[in-house]
Design a protein around this ligand. Structure first.
Ligand code: ATP
Ligand code: MG
Length: 259
């Protein structure tokens, strides 16, 4: 179980997270939605201890990770598998080497056992005979599946996905959506998925949380998301942009139109 309490983070003078409270229960898939730049990736990075907050606590299975040193944090990180927004595979390494690297960090098994386990993890994401290929030889959807296989290679308790379907065509995106559900069933993992993809969100979420202006603005089940009358949430799920001038003003960006 993950409990986030009053999490605050600023970069220079800009507060990105202004008091996030969120609980992720064992076995559930929590989808975090929100506009670009609202702090979703920053939130995920805090959960795996890649960023330190300016305030607040993050409890992972009862342990506060925000006060941990490097060694302790490293142990906790083994509980997590992370699928990065960009897949983040090492281009100079084969698929097998990419997975082996993630596996070597956590377990002490023989070369042959590692090879078999890697094959098994790739099969779980529907890939066969790709071990010797390099990331540049793979399509976007395949890269994403390799990134997912790498995230599960050390049997994590939690998988964090950062926009797993972004940049993929609708059919390939749906295979990733199905895969997220399948891994939840087969491995019993708890998942946190950051997503812009509302179709996928409805298919995978046990609960949806919307991050807006540094806080969790909405949290509920998918039925509640569908039925919400909250104008900010409705605008997001119906993909209606407010007038561009007000979006730019909201983000503090320069309004090019008025120049
Ligand atoms: N290391 C950093 N240093 C300075 N600013 C940062 C850093 N990381 C993130 N930010 C800023 O924090 C804000 C939130 O970024 P984040 O990447 O979390 O957005 P996001 O919600 O994931 O957006 P997207 O949907 O486009 O991926 C942005 O304004 C970004 O520029
Ligand atoms: Mg992001």
């Amino acid at each position: 179980m993950i409990v986030i309490e009053n999490l605050k983070k600023k970069f220079k003078k800009d507060w990105v997270l202004k008091g996030v409270n969120l609980t992720v229960d064992k076995g559930e898939t929590k989808v975090i939605i929100g506009t670009s730049g609202c702090g979703k990736t920053v939130l995920l990075k805090h959960i795996i201890g890649l960023l330190k907050p300016d305030n607040g606590k993050i409890w992972v299975d009862g342990e506060d990770i925000t006060t941990m040193g490097f060694r302790q944090l490293n142990k906790i990180r083994h509980k997590f598998g992370m699928v990065f927004q960009s897949s983040a595979l090492f281009d100079s390494m084969s698929v097998e080497e990419n997975l082996k690297l993630a596996l070597r960090c956590v377990s002490d098994i023989s070369v042959e056992e590692a090879r078999q386990h890697i094959r098994h993890c790739l099969a779980l994401v529907g890939l066969k005979k790709v071990e010797q290929l390099y990331p540049t030889e793979l399509s976007g959807g395949m890269k994403k599946r390799v990134a997912i296989a790498r995230a599960i290679v050390h049997n994590p308790t939690y998988i964090l996905y950062d926009e797993p379907t972004t940049g993929l065509d609708p059919i390939t995106a749906d295979t990733i959506t199905q895969l997220i559900n399948r891994l939840k069933e087969q491995l019993g993992v708890t998942s946190i998925v950051v997503s812009h993809d509302i179709i996928s969100t409805y298919k995978i979420a046990d609960k949806v949380a919307m991050l807006h202006q540094g806080k969790i603005h909405f949290e509920g089940r998918t039925e509640e998301l569908r039925q919400t009358t909250d104008p900010i949430v409705k605008q997001f799920i119906e993909a209606r942009a407010p007038k561009i001038e007000s979006v730019w003003q909201l983000k503090g960006e320069r309004n090019e139109v008025q120049k």
